[in-house]
Design a protein around this ligand. Structure first.
Ligand code: CUA
Length: 327
């Protein structure tokens, strides 16, 4: 008996961690977590009552081996109706009402959003635009803490779903439509998110992070992102790397502002070195991981749109030096 209870512990353990809706860090997520607990406790109570009734009926039959052929008594029929139909209907109606009320409260933010960010879903990464500030990034969304931020969501290909459990509920990204979501973090921190709508082979590896920062730090980040990439000094390794970058297939898919690369097919790389992750939140942005990704990202995330790059060792070394300057 004790061992069977211990088996349940890992189940409880999975409720907590980096992507837990039960560790809310924003007003909307707090409301969702609150109602999660209300529903969970109600469900446990109903389950307990059903178990008790089941146990009682089992014990009742045990001492009575002859089949019960007498017609059921009216009081029993009434009890069965109340327990089996009326109580569940009332409980579900109350929960539905509370759920609708909660949805409305979540939809209406207390303060008007201070900032608008566009998020475009791709298989399998997130394009992130700051229209008023005039720059793009990918897979990492910086927001000021304690400030409501409006996200305008759409998709380039199939339906994706934006979900950062510690901050908000899910919202679908639908091709040809724009959906909205108000994001607010109560305190500074890094909040992991994940695509929550099956969108193909690498759906599970379509992650993102939201970084909520103090207003000054957020402003400093915006100012840095607004700058174009610097041109490396002539006769340096980074300069050679820029030549490799501009002379290879990289420019057909990526943008680096300040160079001839201006395609929006893949993530904007203007400030690649300022990001913590590559491949949509799946690998730390270290030189070793980045190099592996460039050489053959198909081995890391099969089916993604980046083809293997056939570069010589000196070319790759120069390219890495250049990408390292994109802070
Ligand atoms: Cu995008 Cu699942």
């Amino acid at each position: 008996m004790r061992r069977s209870v211990l088996w349940l512990l890992p189940l409880i353990g999975t409720c907590y961690g980096a992507q837990s809706a039960l560790e809310p860090a924003g007003p909307a997520a707090s409301r969702i977590a609150y109602w999660w607990w209300v529903m969970f406790i109600l469900a446990v109570l109903v389950f307990a009552v059903v178990l008790v009734l089941l146990l009682l009926s089992l014990l009742r039959r045990r001492g009575d081996p002859t089949p019960d052929t007498a017609p059921p008594k009216t009081a029993w029929v009434r009890l069965v109706w109340i327990a089996g139909a009326i109580v569940p209907a009332v409980v579900l109606a109350i929960l539905l009402g509370l759920n609708i009320r909660s949805e409305v409260l979540v939809a209406v933010a207390a303060k008007a959003p201070q900032l608008e960010i566009q998020v475009i879903g791709h298989r399998w990464w997130w394009e992130v635009y700051y229209p008023a500030q005039g720059f793009a990034t990918a897979n990492e969304i910086h927001i000021p803490a304690e400030t409501p931020v409006k996200l305008l969501l759409t998709s380039q290909d199939v339906i994706h779903s934006f979900w950062v459990p510690q901050l908000e509920g899910k919202r679908d990204l639908i091709p040809g439509q724009t959906t909205e979501l108000t994001l607010q973090a109560d305190k500074e921190g890094i909040y992991r998110g994940q695509c929550a709508e099956y969108c193909g082979l690498q759906h599970a590896l379509m992650a993102l992070v939201v970084r909520a920062e103090a207003p000054e730090r957020f402003q400093a980040w915006v100012s840095q992102q607004q700058k174009a990439a610097p041109t490396p000094e002539a006769n340096t390794l980074a300069f050679e790397g820029q030549q490799v970058f501009q002379g290879s297939a990289c420019v057909y898919c990526h943008t680096v502002r300040g160079t001839n690369a201006s395609s929006r097919f893949g993530p904007d790389l203007t400030h690649l070195a300022s990001r913590s992750y590559i491949g949509a939140g799946i690998r730390a942005n270290t030189p070793a991981n980045l190099q592996g990704w460039i050489v053959n990202s198909q081995a890391i995330k099969p089916g993604n749109k980046m083809p293997p790059m056939y570069l010589s060792v000196p070319e790759l070394r120069a390219l890495m030096a250049y990408l390292g300057t994109l802070k």
